[in-house]
Design a protein around this ligand. Structure first.
Ligand code: AHR
Ligand code: AHR
Length: 517
């Protein structure tokens, strides 16, 4: 018997006797080498527990030890060609280098997220629905870089307006049938609109009534429900309500959670459902709700329809945002022991943030930030004599004064040395900062608020081009141009005109260009 087989049998036995706790599973996982760990995917654990995956989606890794097929498909802008991105080895991790080679010199979007369960429940561009037109946007393929088990991979970056769906599924729970689901999400990327979801929804893109959905929701919407703190919360979208507990509204047992890698779970059976979550990188799961169905007409029994959505609500509401790395849906209500084993598997694969930088963004270098939106590809972020910040068309032929106003010296972040501060090349000692969410240049005054206002954390560009710069003190806001003026802006959230979701991904993506001066 090989070590793998022995481990698999041992784990199955433990699951069978119900003795598997997160600790036991973690101990077993801990005794495996990295490649052996990959031989047990979450879907092997669900199968061992008697609740097999009927949909398994991930752009980062195989979710079965035996899966060696394509994970997702990308389409490049230059010629419209598509390419399947597979795994480095059976049961292993995404071949990100294949994507990088295929998309070199252009941009790519994710067109298909394949179902690894063999049931054909793949996700593709969501069509129009009752709440919003379509088709929805596709996620840029490079906007959510990570490492998983040390391998580079890309997640699915959902800006408001982006969505995936499958209305013709096979094996997904319908009616009041039991199911479970988990997703690994970026707990720092969320919005307050409706609805960043993953799970079971209507097959006709319409709100067909209470109980017609059962999906994981993540975000800080308070339209229907909330938990403690300011959010974001993991809730269940059961249609016409985001539930943080037995009924919509406030439920004190649902805490704000923002782990960089968040495990979110929802499961449902006749008159029973649960919300769980945890830090995917370490530790176990917490149960935020476990009990009966809402005592409002329509939710007991449920009327699940069995479509699958990602990034949107059941009626294609697409006003929210989030990032998805992997997730599954099961047939049957998983046991807590199985949930714990899946969480231990996630701990073992060790999702990590990928470093995002360029030589022009290293501390001490000079950089010019070039806009990428189609309107404005010749424009650079610059300050004016009155200290306001704007974009304007510049080139090497522009005046020295203009070029210097569009050149920044990269400094270590005043409030966080892992991030950056931009000092004006024209006015040393003056820094790019936001004030009232508008960008200005101003002399540093040493206060904590100034330092925060002047600190920005670079991320992969939201549109798939260049970089996006996150405000250190308002992490939902990024350096943006809007009406040719500089702001920090949220993706459809924030309440200012410049927080418009239209063009947000493009307006917040900047090339770290050769300094104009
Ligand atoms: O339940 C919340 C949302 O309400 C659903 O996602 C959507 O279909 C409806 O608008
Ligand atoms: O800043 C120029 C354009 O103004 C932006 O692309 C858009 O957000 C707004 O209409």
């Amino acid at each position: 018997m090989t070590v793998h087989t022995w481990l698999r049998r041992a784990r199955r036995t433990l699951l069978a006797v119900g003795a598997t706790t997160a600790l036991t599973a973690a101990l077993i996982a801990g005794t495996e080498t990295a490649s052996q760990a990959a031989t047990q995917g979450p879907c092997d654990l669900y199968a061992s527990g008697g609740t097999p995956c009927v949909a398994a989606h991930s752009t980062t890794r195989a979710l079965y030890g035996g899966y060696g097929g394509a994970l997702y498909q990308v389409r490049r802008a230059s010629d419209g060609a598509t390419r399947d991105i597979g795994v480095l080895s059976t049961g292993g991790y995404a071949n990100a280098a294949a994507q990088d080679a295929f998309c070199a010199g252009t941009t790519c979007v994710i067109t298909v997220i394949y179902d690894q369960s063999g049931r054909g429940n793949s996700l593709t561009q969501a069509p129009a629905g009752g709440a919003a037109g379509g088709p929805d946007n596709l996620a840029p393929a490079t906007a959510a870089p990570v490492t998983v088990a040390g391998h580079k991979a890309y997640g699915v970056y959902v800006a408001a307006g982006t969505g995936y769906r499958n209305n013709k599924t096979n094996g997904i729970a319908t009616g009041d049938q039991p199911e479970g689901m988990y997703a690994v999400l970026d707990g720092t990327h969320f919005g307050g609109g409706c609805c960043f979801d993953y799970g079971n929804a209507e097959t006709n893109n319409l709100d067909t009534g209470n109980g017609h959905m059962e999906a994981i929701y993540f975000g800080d919407s308070t339209i229907w429900g909330s938990g403690t703190g300011k959010g974001p919360w993991v809730m269940a979208d059961l249609e016409n309500g985001l539930f943080s507990g037995v009924n919509a509204g406030y439920n004190a047992n649902d805490p704000s959670v923002s782990h960089r890698f968040l495990t979110a779970m929802v499961k449902g059976a006749p008159n029973l459902w649960a919300i769980k979550a945890g830090n995917a990188q370490s530790g176990g799961l917490s149960t935020y709700y476990n009990g009966v169905r809402p005592n409002v007409s329509g939710y007991n029994p449920m009327h699940k329809e069995g479509a699958i959505i990602l990034g949107i609500g059941g009626d294609n509401s697409k006003s929210s945002s989030g990032t998805f790395y992997e997730g599954v849906m099961t047939s049957g209500y998983p046991t807590d022991a199985t949930d714990n084993a899946v969480q231990a598997n996630l701990n073992a694969v060790n999702y990590q943030t990928a470093a995002v930088t360029s030589s022009n963004l290293t501390v001490g270098s000079r950089v010019s930030l070039k806009a990428t939106t189609a309107c404005c590809t010749g424009d650079y972020l610059r300050h004016n004599a009155d200290s306001t910040v704007a974009i304007s068309p510049l080139s090497s032929a522009s005046s020295a004064a203009d070029r210097t106003d569009a050149t920044w010296i990269v400094r270590s972040g005043l409030a966080n040395s892992a991030c950056l501060t931009f000092e004006s090349a024209a006015a040393p000692g003056q820094y790019l900062r936001h004030y009232g969410f508008q960008l200005h240049t101003a002399a540093g005054d040493g206060t904590a608020v100034f330092n925060q206002d002047a600190t920005f954390c670079p991320q992969a560009g939201h549109s798939g081009q260049g970089f996006s710069f996150q405000s250190a003190n308002y992490p939902n806001r990024f350096i943006r141009h809007y009406a040719y003026t500089g702001y920090v802006a949220g993706d459809g959230v924030g309440g200012n005109t410049w927080d418009s979701a239209a063009s947000w991904s493009e307006d917040t993506s900047w090339l770290a260009a050769t300094p104009l001066s």
